[in-house]
Design a protein around this ligand. Sequence first.
Ligand code: ADP
Length: 200
Amino acid sequence: MLNLIIFGPPGSGKGTQSSNLVKRYKLVHFSTGELLREEIAKDTPVGKEAKKYIDKGLLVPDDIVIPKLYRRASKYMDSPGFVFDGFPRTIVQAEALDQMFNKRKIPISLVVSVVVEEEELYRRIMGRSEDSGRSDDSDLVARRRLEIYKEETMPLISYYKAQGKIVAINGMAPVDEVFGKISHAIDTYLETNKILAVIH
Ligand code: ADP
């Protein structure tokens, strides 16, 4: 099983790269952001609760997000693998993920960290705001999401570094070029079991 995490700040292109990875490696896509937006569109109790946080640029609490992981992932345990996109975002979520997969002896293979400069992230979020139709792609909320990323999600880099699983990819290049770098890291891992630390 190939279990990937695409890790990066809002606007780093995680969603786009995940879609490409799903096609190339036949993986199951797990995007908590998309799952939560679906709940909001259906106006479910989870959606109503999640919307309060998402619209403010805050993280949805772990006790809402983690059960979503368990439910969805346990349905696809026979698949060739997963791409986790936007999950985990806190240490508690990362521990829950490890617990779930280690128990089944299918640990996380690689954590692809897409690195993009902060002002570029902000420009991208603002640039897509008209088309995305996302209520959280507005000026102040975007800034808040970037702050929350630094405070709550960035510590995961050390968490996965300690496990020797991080590959840092320069995400400032065009989409296809970034995808080439990510594929190179994955193919190297599949062929040699080696994890490249940095790809510029
Ligand atoms: P982005 O990476 O651009 O912020 P996402 O679709 O991944 O886009 O997430 C959108 C919002 O959904 C986040 O700002 C957060 O409020 C909520 N969310 C998504 N994933 C998680 C998660 N794993 N834990 C908590 N909240 C989440």
